[in-house]
Design a protein around this ligand. Structure first.
Ligand code: NAD
Ligand code: TYD
Length: 351
């Protein structure tokens, strides 16, 4: 039977790269992008493929169980790749319940819809849950998150993602649903909403606006180019083993302040400014509460077992990302109009 894959959150940052990859690479699959089009979802992200015969868009909210059940009955999806989520830590600090609703309740609604409509198919259909390394909490100066590291989430965002991961596993153990979970490090690349560090700072450097660095700027993240995450998802979807977790990361740790200096260097060059000109924009601001000090991921398992590794260096990926934002000012203008201004005021006025 031809695959009918439901990809949730496909109008968002990572989801749009996954939808594009699957639509282009697998013309025999029918790809259903289900998205509520929140502030973070934007169909502009998919305008290059939205006329493809194997692409279908469904506007729906995963919090609405009735609608989900009806859609599963109607379309008989054969697999789910679940990316829809509230995804920004700072917003989770302001409004934790929004994260409980979408990330936990929404995920359980999807699992229930699979349970109800996949009878007799639990072993040949797949629920693939996309999660984050943030569920593991924070590291000291050494060590790496492994698949066996205990969950220890610190923010409402990571707690809600941890909760959803647990529900996916529980449905596997309890009802026999076939599932895989991947936990990935920080992504960057084209189409990322400018509330996250890299696109926010690209936009602010461009417009000579202050660069709000939280705390001492020595927080560490592992960064992965979004296209490499999409390629990993493709591989895991087709070759991953039932019930397994795979960590995905860039083998690419940066302290925020060092990353920001590389970003400034590349941007000053691309904008024809004197080297280092934009460093004066760096502004240390009040720290994020509960800020995780260091994330670092051991992506050895997916490398050894499935042969995946990142295809671009950080400098190449960052350069491509900056070029994309510089060439797509209209995209940036459209997502930063309206509510974004209010968000920005509220988030940064007090810092
Ligand atoms: P994003 O915020 O850019 O996009 C989320 C998408 O989900 C949007 O299109 C939004 O409209 C949709 N959505 C939100 N609530 C919904 C709901 N109730 N019903 C239906 N659709 C809804 O997020 P992203 O950065 O692309 O992240 C995608 C997934 O990957 C998330 O599950 C996130 O936890 C995970 N992840 C992200 C990163 C990262 O660095 N961005 C790293 C690891 C894992
Ligand atoms: P972010 O992109 O929000 O991802 P996450 O919190 O999920 O890792 O932030 C990445 C790092 O950058 C994190 O240590 C917080 C920091 N940061 C700032 O210093 N200033 C900012 O304005 C933002 C958005 C993030």
């Amino acid at each position: 039977m031809a695959r009918k894959i439901l990809i949730t959150g496909g109008a968002g940052f990572i989801g749009s790269h996954v939808v594009r990859l699957f639509v282009n690479k697998y013309p025999d699959y029918q790809i259903y992008n289900l998205d509520a089009l929140t502030y973070a979802g934007n169909l502009e992200n998919l305008k290059d493929i939205d006329q493809a015969p194997n692409y279908h868009f469904i506007k729906a909210d995963i919090v609405d169980a009735e609608v989900l059940n009806r859609l599963f009955e109607e379309h008989q999806f054969t697999d789910v790749i679940h990316l829809a989520a509230e995804s920004h830590v700072d917003r989770s600090i302001t409004d934790p319940l929004a994260f409980v609703r979408t990330n936990i309740l929404g995920t359980v609604n999807l699992l229930n819809a699979c349970r109800a409509t996949w009878k007799g198919h639990f072993t040949d259909r797949l629920f693939y849950h996309i999660s984050t390394d943030e569920v593991y909490g924070t590291l000291g100066e050494t060590g790496l998150f492994e698949e066996t590291t205990s969950y220890d989430p610190n923010s409402p965002y990571s707690a809600s993602k941890a909760g959803s991961d647990h529900f996916v596993r529980a449905y596997g153990e309890t009802y026999g649903l076939r599932y895989i979970v991947t936990n990935c490090s920080n992504n960057y690349g084209p189409n990322q909403f400018p509330e996250k560090l890299i696109p926010l700072f690209i936009n602010n450097v461009r417009h000579n606006k202050p660069l709000p660095v939280y705390g001492d700027g020595k927080y560490t993240r592992d960064w992965l180019f979004v296209v490499d995450h999409a390629l990993a998802i493709d591989l895991v979807f087709h070759k991953g083993k039932q019930g397994e977790t795979y960590n995905i990361g860039g083998f690419n740790e940066w302290q925020n302040i060092d990353l920001i200096k590389v970003l400034i260097k590349q941007m000053d060059e691309k904008l024809g400014r004197e080297p280092g000109t934009s460093e004066k924009l760096i502004t240390y601001v009040t720290d994020r509460p509960g800020h995780d000090r260091r994330y670092a991921i051991d992506a050895g398992k997916i490398n050894r077992e499935l042969g995946w590794k990142p295809s671009v260096t950080f400098e190449e990926g960052l350069s491509q990302t900056i070029d994309w934002y510089l060439a797509n000012e209209q995209w940036m203008n459209s997502v930063t109009s309206g509510d974004y201004q209010k968000y920005y005021q509220a988030m940064y006025a007090s810092r």
